[in-house]
Design a protein around this ligand. Structure first.
Ligand code: UTP
Length: 224
């Protein structure tokens, strides 16, 4: 299968967790052994947000703040890539076409952000769309998609399965709650909906969930 694995910065980088990062490298190796093609997109997490704050306090504009967050995500990607393939894999793709070329050559690519004004979710969706992925797995800090933000509402319920259409409505409703951290970037949902690429949201603190998900186990939330 062609798989996009989106590893949340909230999972491996908040703060950066070397054990967890290495476990993801093992998981990626395993997926490659199982003959999957894997595009890995990692987020910058806490360091990215710290650099955003730093840039903001220096008076830099928004796209400049985004650029430093992108750099932070690329450092996380670089660490994973070098652990996976050694020093030769130190260069992280900076464009969609570079990412696709690397994937074609090696069967795997590890990348971070691409350009200001988007999130790594959107990057993962764009890559998935470009390579016609069979599945995108989002390894995040929650067990799946909930009807409301589970960190704020005790009556939030996890959904096992949801359509892109219903998810869009859910995100639209949540948009009005200021400062909400949306489980999936609506822009990513839009891209995936168009191509009807299935997305699975699982708890990333247990990387084994990724393997289980690919084996067809019913965990997390499937969006289709
Ligand atoms: P994300 O919020 O996508 O990364 O990017 P994350 O740390 O993995 O988030 P979780 O784990 O889902 O919570 C962090 C910030 O980096 C900038 C944006 O400012 C974004 O909010 N960014 C990232 C870009 O500007 N462009 C990109 O392509 C990626």
């Amino acid at each position: 299968m062609k798989v996009v694995l989106r590893i949340g910065g909230s999972v491996i980088a908040s703060p950066p967790n070397p054990q967890l990062m290495n476990r993801y490298v093992e998981i990626i190796r395993r997926l490659l052994d199982e003959k999957h093609q894997v595009a890995v997109v990692v987020g910058g997490g806490k360091p990215a947000r710290e650099f955003i704050q730093l840039a903001k306090k220096m008076g830099l504009e928004e796209r400049e703040q985004d650029e430093v967050a992108i750099s932070a995500s690329r450092i996380m990607a670089q660490l994973v890539a070098m652990k996976l393939g050694g020093y030769e894999w130190k260069d992280i793709p900076k464009s969609l076409s570079d990412a696709v070329a690397a994937l074609r050559e090696r069967g795997v690519v590890v990348m971070g952000g691409l350009k200001p004004g988007m999130t790594t979710d959107a990057v993962a969706a764009l890559v998935a769309s470009e390579i016609d992925a069979d599945l995108i797995i989002k390894a995040t800090n929650q067990n799946g998609v909930y009807t409301k933000d589970p960190e704020k509402y005790a009556d939030a319920e996890k959904v096992d399965e949801i359509t892109f259409e219903d998810l869009s409505k859910l995100l639209e409703r949540d948009k009005h709650v200021a400062g909400i951290h949306q489980i999936i970037d609506p822009e990513a949902v839009r891209v995936l909906k168009k191509k009807r690429i299935r997305m699975l949201v699982v708890n990333g603190f247990n990387p084994q969930n990724v393997v289980a998900a690919l084996k067809g186990e019913r965990i997390g939330t499937i969006i289709k």
